[in-house]
Ligand binder design. Sequence first.
Ligand code: FAD
Ligand code: NAI
Length: 475
Amino acid sequence: MSKQFDVIVIGGGPGGYIAAIRAAQLGFNVACIDEWKNAKGGPALGGTCTNVGCIPSKALLQSSEHFDHAGHGFADHGINVSGLSLDIGKMLARKDQVVKQNNDGITYLFKKNKISSFHGRGSFVKAAEGGYEIKVAGAAEETIVGKHIIVATGSNARALPGAAFDEENILSNDGALRMGAVPKKLALIGSGVIGLEMGSVWRRLGSEVTVLEALPTFLGAVDEQIAKEAKKAFDKQGLKIELGVKVGEIKSGKKGVSIAWTNAKGEAQTLDVDKLIVSIGRVPNTIGLNPEAVGLALDERGAINVDGDCKTNLPNVWAIGDVVRGPMLAHKAEEEGVAVAERIAGQHGHVNFNTVPWVIYTHPEIAWVGQTEQQLKAEGRAYKAGTFPFLANGRARALGDTTGMVKFLADATTDEILGVHMVGPQVSELISEAVVAMEFKASAEDIARICHAHPSLSEATKEAALAVDKRTLNF
Ligand code: FAD
Ligand code: NAI
């Protein structure tokens, strides 16, 4: 007799493991199946985010930023550093340790919440009495049955046709996070989130970095004014970003990678580099899930078809995170995981897609929530804008980090906040205030009237809200 569960979650990334914890909190008997293997072949819960995404990238962004500051920033503070050197092996080992702490943390949480953890690949077998039969193929093979199934199988890096990932010369996010030496010359294809974050890491560590981007505009999804300000900062840092390019043949050999490309003027170019990172987006992952066995419907992109509540075409089968529509972000996956567990329990789980924040962890950081100015213009919505530069913020001056601004967009009549956009120091943290404000349908004036600590970067948020009504106090 197969083991029987109320809820089986397939995938232990931020969508899946959070869904499992919430379902267990709600009193369900829960199993989570995850196939990720650590270097020793053992389980490594946390998915892309923990193993080759959010967490290791932020660890390397931090380490490389320290190195950059020590080399270029400390002198301004009267701190002279001599004999600065890089131990890349130690830096990578620290990153691996941070990943392990997170893997272990989730294992602990599963034990605490009495979640049955299976290491191996989960696949649909058939609809069965009492739910769905799921095969777990790990060190051994077994079949378990779940009344509800939550699919949270995530996504994989998209490869360029004719340039398969070998993780030696042509790297996905995985190889990009574990290069054992700093490449002299590095190319990235795609100047999206990964292109900018990974390009920043290796530039700070000493690579000569070129980013080739197909679109003629830089960071098209970001508010134009913010993207422009960020581009200025990246140019100054020496991150070479070529826009409007067409990538041609890519040859990989013992000496590295040669990329044929055409620039925005239509001129043929060749770029020879030691390593190439391809960061042109990600594809939903259903490899080995066997959705056909039960007739689980996918869309034309290979994502699992779901409605606004993450319900698939099958009764009691749900799907969340990167494997479904919507932004591929860990916190979006988590919110969907919580909401689905609550819906299974008959509650009214809720995800507000209008207030999902985005952060790009470069220096300066870029963060936003809600609509951009170009979106409001396209909609024909009457709005007011207010901006405040970090140059006029006392804390930013003390930090020696005055690049960027905070920008508010509010409805012209009601003053309701429609979008908040930031580029500058620590805006990954500052954006939370804007998210809370928008969740509570606050007006720009609400923020302008709130007491903010002095001196703090958050005063720039208050001042930008005041700027909507053209009454900044410090600018
Ligand atoms: P995943 O995290 O991909 O987890 C899916 C899990 O399911 C994996 O462990 C996989 O092995 C397992 N699995 C798949 N199929 C099966 C199967 N059949 N059986 C068993 N197990 C299976 N997002 C942010 O919000 N902030 C960031 O800073 C950020 N940084 C990123 C940096 C990089 C380099 C990358 C690549 C991504 C980053 N992301 C970031 C995106 C984030 O990682 C994803 O949005 C998030 O991991 C999606 O979560 P998920 O649970 O849907 O899927
Ligand atoms: P992306 O969608 O952010 O950027 C891909 C870029 O590649 C785009 O600018 C696109 O125009 C360009 N591109 C596509 N095809 C191309 C081609 N043939 N030649 C040249 N350029 C081409 O995807 P990315 O950077 O791979 O990241 C994937 C996802 O992972 C992100 O969209 C995000 O959801 C998530 N992520 C989130 C992070 C965060 O929240 N801080 C960090 C890293 C990743």
